[in-house]
Design a protein around this ligand. Sequence first.
Ligand code: ATP
Ligand code: MG
Length: 206
Amino acid sequence: MIKAVDITHKYNNDLALNRVNLEIKKGEFVSIIGESGSGKSTLLSILSTLLKPSEGDVIFNDTNYKEIENIDTFRQTNIGFIFQFHYLINYLNVKDNLKIANEKVSEEEINTLLEKLDIQELVNKYPSEISGGQRQRVAIARAMMNKPTVIFADEPTGNLDSKNSLKVFELFKKLSNEGTIIIVATHDLKLAALADTIYEVKDGQL
Ligand SMILES: Nc1ncnc2c1ncn2[C@@H]1O[C@H](COP(=O)(O)OP(=O)(O)OP(=O)(O)O)[C@@H](O)[C@H]1O
Ligand SMILES: [Mg+2]
């Protein structure tokens, strides 16, 4: 469960989020829509511990983010990130890109994950040798390596065609059915509609 309580965020003196409240349950698939500059990325950053809000609290299960001593460890064990640009490492093949996220993971686990994303045949390829949609699926696999409780995705399909975008969202659906919370910001209303819950951010308000 993730709960935002009266989150307000200012960059210098500019109000980006204004008293946002929301509660997201285990396995819930949430999409966040809204115009450019409305505050989607700011909200995702705050919910994912990357940014401290000016005011308000984020509660993860029973823990307030403010009480977490080692935020890096917390993030590594609980949270997966997917961005518009995949940030794979070009000089490492798919398998090694995944191992970077969790070096203790077995070959077998990697293969199972790749099969789930239908990219098992790419395990020894380099990012430059595969398509944009395949790269994004590798990035999703990487986000899943530590079996996070929550996956945050900020415009994950911004660089993909409609067929690959749909694949990514179908995958989110599958993961949420297995109990992972998925929180995705998107401009694409058709894709957003595949989520369990849609929130719109408008001038910093939900
Ligand atoms: N690092 C920053 N410093 C100052 N202002 C910022 C910063 N990041 C965002 N803002 C401002 O905060 C507001 C919300 O920005 P945010 O990036 O959250 O919007 P967004 O909904 O994600 O937009 P987009 O759809 O274009 O990605 C905007 O007015 C933006 O200019
Ligand atoms: Mg954004």
